[in-house]
Design a protein around this ligand. Sequence first.
Ligand code: 5AD
Ligand code: SF4
Length: 427
Amino acid sequence: MKLLIKTFGCQMNFADSDEMGRHMKERGFQPTENEEAADAILVNTCTVRDLAEHKAASFIGRLKEWKMAHPQGLVIVTGCAAERSKDEFKKRFPYIDLIVGAKDIEQFPKELERILSTQEESLPLPELTPTTPNAVVQYVTIMRGCNYNCSYCIVPAVRGREIYLPIEKILAEVADRVGQGAKEIWLLGQTVNSYKPSHAPKPHYDFADLLSDVCAVPGTQRIRFISPHPYYLTDKLIDSMSSNPKVCEHIHLPVQSGSDDMLRKMKRNYTRDLYMRGLERLRRAIPNIAVSTDIIVGFPGETNADFQQTLTLVQEANFDSAYCFQYSPRPGTASAEMKEEVPEMIKEARVNELLALTDSQGTGKAAKLIGTVQEILVEDDKGDGVFRGKTRGAWRARLKSENLKLGDLVQARITGTHSRELHAELI
Ligand code: 5AD
Ligand code: SF4
């Protein structure tokens, strides 16, 4: 039996999809990318912005035809939009067989059993097969949910309060993934560096300690984490990053805005100055660290002067890359009630201006890498002699070679760049 997984949204969702895929594999479903060949389709949805939910909903809408052609096929819908719009989805898409919201992900195996046992007559009960994940890059969730209350964000509503996975469980999971061939491990959490387990081997055990412990797991090679919150960028964490050579020289540190007024209205719990000082401390400790960020334009009440503050922050911060979003009001969030909406045209003009700046910054950063030697992890092999992977600074890179294989960690010289991808040559 074959399972197709379609994931929308963030790394957290991709990690959840992996986890659900593993449960389904244990029930005999092998992965496929071909809709026609699939016996089950799992759609893991996102609702962070209206467009994200819309994309997931139109994908589910298209499955009506698939279900008609595959009446015994399973349609499973999970994730954040499933949490927020469960009843609406059930009504709009009556052919959904199983719907599990993001808060209930722990219940997925049980729900799956339930649905498979009711399907037993039409669907042969699968053999138990061992899982054989072989991805070179693997995600390990260390916490779920979010205790923040950023006024624009729907995540706390759909994923709930923070729950920390126990240290031993995380370390065992990392060891397991390494045993399966993982070369790069990403530790995941909505605000990953607020990790604070209830049972710890010493007082004040926090994310910085966990990071060091993960590095000490035998066989780990590269470690990353996403997404840290600027408020918890402690000296202890920076020390842990700089003193563990396995931690890649890259951080994704969402700033959202350069205006203190907007940051306050967003309830981000830091000022522009605090963010910039954090960046300075990081760069002092890890001079070649690559920094990426998230930025929202057009938050309610954002004036042109506020937006200029974002532009100057971007200029000062000199990011390697930035994800720039137009503000999207989410039902039930505090900012959805705020007046002073910024007109669509202005949002669009601002995001374009911002993208022009962040793109040119990125291009400049990439150009500086030409001629340098970088470590590249080979993550993708299309079989045409061209391999793709990432540098430690998270730059995508391509390499031509006869004798590389997935999972190789190689030293390569950067020879050029093409639309945010580095071209590299083995040395
Ligand atoms: N509108 C626009 N962007 C948003 N993000 C989160 N919520 C919204 C929203 N309502 C962005 C933030 C966050 C990223 C994952 O998505 O920049 O860091
Ligand atoms: Fe991830 Fe947030 Fe989207 Fe949920 S709503 S998938 S947590 S980005």
